[in-house]
Design a protein around this ligand. Structure first.
Ligand SMILES: Cc1cc2nc3c(=O)[nH]c(=O)nc-3n(C[C@H](O)[C@H](O)[C@H](O)COP(=O)(O)OP(=O)(O)OC[C@H]3O[C@@H](n4cnc5c(N)ncnc54)[C@H](O)[C@@H]3O)c2cc1C
Length: 210
């Protein structure tokens, strides 16, 4: 959102009750270069700050926060995607620290013969092993295929997730975005631009048949 909305002649404020960006899944030192890159894009960040109220008379004029009022013409509200797992919990399926259903690499739940996929599950991050929940539709699609094949008696695995939420590509730049590139460059990685390529086999090519 921060990447997408920065425009010249507009102030963009990010109000976040968390202490640093994506604090539920990443350590502060990992996110520091991302935060710095947002500042370079002109984003004014307000961490440890909660939204209290919208101020205006028929039209938004400001937002009230725990740290004072910010004049605003437009507010974009970003909320968590919470897994709806009431039915799964009632059925005895184990859920994890995010509230998502725990699955193995075959998308099998803790109850034999029951598979789950998509936003209701939690999947470990490939590097940190921190469970992630509420990924994207692309992940849900691939997980659904894995769960479906295995529920039908096949053998298909879904690996850990390394890039859970990709930054929006700038048009014409083949998937490259400053907020992704700058932190990498600061960390000593060489970056280049080019066409995006899928890191997995196409989902239409199952490794096995049920
Ligand atoms: C605003 C927004 C924008 C997004 N943009 C993108 C994007 O650009 N690209 C992308 O890849 N992903 C995007 N996503 C994420 C994507 O929509 C989800 O990851 C994806 O829809 C998850 O699929 P799912 O099948 O797991 O869950 P859902 O699509 O949420 O489907 C679950 C379904 O189960 C139903 N359900 C729940 N409980 C029960 C019950 N007890 N009985 C019967 N039915 C039940 C629900 O009503 C729902 O229809 C976006 C999400 C949001 C909210």
């Amino acid at each position: 959102m921060a990447d997408a909305h920065t425009k010249p002649h507009h102030d963009y404020h990010l109000v976040d009750p968390s202490p640093w960006p994506m604090s539920e899944v990443a350590d502060p030192d990992i996110m520091a270069p991302v935060e710095e890159s947002w500042r370079e894009l002109g984003v004014i960040t307000h961490f440890n700050t909660t939204l209290r109220a919208f101020v205006g008379d028929g039209q938004l004029a400001a937002v009230q926060t725990s740290d004072g009022e910010i004049k605003a013409e437009l507010a974009v509200v970003c909320t968590h995607k919470e897994p709806n797992t009431a039915l799964a919990v009632a059925a005895g399926l184990q859920t994890g620290s995010t509230g998502g259903i725990i699955v193995d690499e075959r998308m099998a739940t803790s109850v034999p013969g029951v598979f789950a996929a998509g936003d209701c599950t939690e999947i470990p991050h490939g590097l940190t092993r921190v469970p992630l929940q509420g990924l994207t539709g692309s992940h849900a699609y691939a997980q659904g295929k894995t769960a479906g094949v295995n529920a039908g008696g096949g053998q298909r695995t879904y690996g850990a997730v390394y890039v859970p939420w990709a930054p929006r590509p700038v048009s014409g730049s083949s998937g490259e975005h400053p907020s992704a590139r700058r932190p990498l460059q600061r960390s000593g990685f060489r970056t280049s631009s080019g066409p995006l390529r899928a890191s997995r086999e196409p989902a239409t090519t199952p490794e096995s048949s049920p």
